[in-house]
Design a protein around this ligand. Structure first.
Ligand code: CA
Length: 228
């Protein structure tokens, strides 16, 4: 699963270059050319990070920041402001409104990529780290291997993606629909029951050597991976 980044920037030269560089770094990126489009994109699919131009047509960057922070589903969404302004007061205002970081234009690609990586690492470590640990479960994405309390566990590719997805937010309950979208993709038709089948397999594989069940079933709601 690639981290998904929305680039809200009205200067096509800047946004195209950003998209190109982000994709080269292994991110998925979408461009919004004005503030309204940015809000539409964010509502359609909550990104993992927003690169937000301060001076945007229709809805300003700071207003987008406010709206994103005010909504429960996006309240913790990382935002990096892109600003041509050099005035300190504007940067402070951006940070006070809830931006996590800012980059002043013109910026170097390396600097921006480093900031993106740093913000994601701080806020969503599971998105950028090769090794994710949840309780005694260790997921190594580089080698595609899983272990529990030091014992290797063999998982099929779907179970691996399922575990990787659940591990991004331990204790968060995902509905079967959300798991389908996140693991199988929204353009594939898979029956909801399929999710239960793969959860069952994943659970059995993880309960190796009589260890406890790390996947919680929440009636009428879905599944979550226990933090401890
Ligand atoms: Ca602009």
């Amino acid at each position: 699963m690639k981290p998904f980044i929305v680039i809200a920037e009205d200067e096509a030269a800047v946004s195209e270059l950003l998209r190109y560089n982000l994709e080269a770094e292994g991110y998925e990126a979408a461009i919004a050319h004005d503030g309204e489009e940015a809000m539409l994109l964010i509502n359609e699919r909550v990104p993992d990070l927003i690169l937000l131009d301060w001076m945007l047509p229709k809805v300003s960057g700071i207003e987008i920041c406010r709206r994103v922070r005010a909504r429960q589903t996006t309240a913790n969404l990382p935002i990096i402001m892109l600003t041509a302004r050099t005035e300190e007061t504007d940067r402070i205002r951006g940070l006070q409104t809830g931006a996590d970081d800012y980059v002043s234009k013109p910026f170097s690609n390396n600097e921006l990529m480093a900031r993106v990586q740093a913000v994601l690492r701080r806020i969503r470590p599971a998105l950028v780290e090769d090794i994710i640990t949840v309780g005694d479960i260790m997921i190594d994405r580089a080698t595609h291997s899983i272990s529990r309390a030091g014992t290797d566990i063999h998982l099929g590719p779907t179970e691996f993606r399922l575990l990787e997805f659940l591990a991004q937010h331990p204790d968060r309950v995902y509905s079967r629909e959300q798991l389908l979208d996140g693991v199988w993709g929204s353009d594939v038709y898979v029956e909801l029951r399929t999710v239960d089948v793969h959860i069952g397999r994943l659970r059995r594989a993880l309960m190796i050597n009589g260890r406890d069940n790390p996947i919680r079933t929440v009636r009428q709601a879905g599944y979550s991976l226990r933090k401890n």
